[in-house]
Design a protein. Structure first.
Length: 172
């Protein structure tokens, strides 16, 4: 069985292909932490409910199937796909204004925390446009997935839009 959209114009279908989580010793650039921090602040996570919990490794996102890629920042998709072949370890370099913790995926799901997962950030060649994939869920259930498109204006990143992930559900 599959979900069918009859009236979606323009039609946008993004189906990330998650690969086996392989980690490299790649260093995440300071500009990526600037993008992460901007995205996390835009989510309005209600800090009164406790600290923000972030997975300690980036998500591995394989090639995406894109029917209408016009919403992706020009030039950032190639860099995004190249960087997201492997997971990278995140460090405590976020600037989000709230307390946060980096924890393993296993620990997050066994304790039922509200958890954010972040991909590596793809940039265009002039590094003024960015693309990042974000997941957020409670204890591994009801996961929401979005791509965030950002633009650098002066010294600050701004979220220009989000692109939802549409999945096809299969039954046996």
């Amino acid at each position: 069985m599959s979900i069918v959209l009859k009236y979606a114009i323009p039609l946008l279908l993004i189906a990330p292909l998650f690969l086996v989580q392989q980690t490299t010793n790649t260093t995440i650039e300071p500009s990526e932490y600037e993008v992460y921090s901007t995205v996390i602040r835009s989510l309005s996570l209600n800090p009164g409910n406790g600290p923000v919990i972030i997975k300690d490794h980036t998500e591995v996102v394989g090639a995406a199937t894109i029917i209408d890629g016009r919403k992706f920042p020009y030039g950032a998709l190639d860099d995004f796909l190249k960087k997201n072949l492997y997971s990278a370890k995140l460090q405590e370099h976020f600037s989000i204004g709230d307390k946060y913790y980096l924890i393993s995926e296993d620990e997050a799901y066994t304790r039922g925390y509200f958890v954010l997962g972040l991909s590596r950030v793809g940039f265009n060649s002039s590094k003024d446009r960015a693309l990042v994939y974000v997941t957020y869920s409670m204890g591994g259930r009801n996961t929401k997935e979005r791509y965030f498109a950002l633009t650098r204006i002066g010294d600050h990143w701004m979220v220009q839009g989000t692109i939802g992930v549409l999945k096809t559900l299969a039954t046996e």
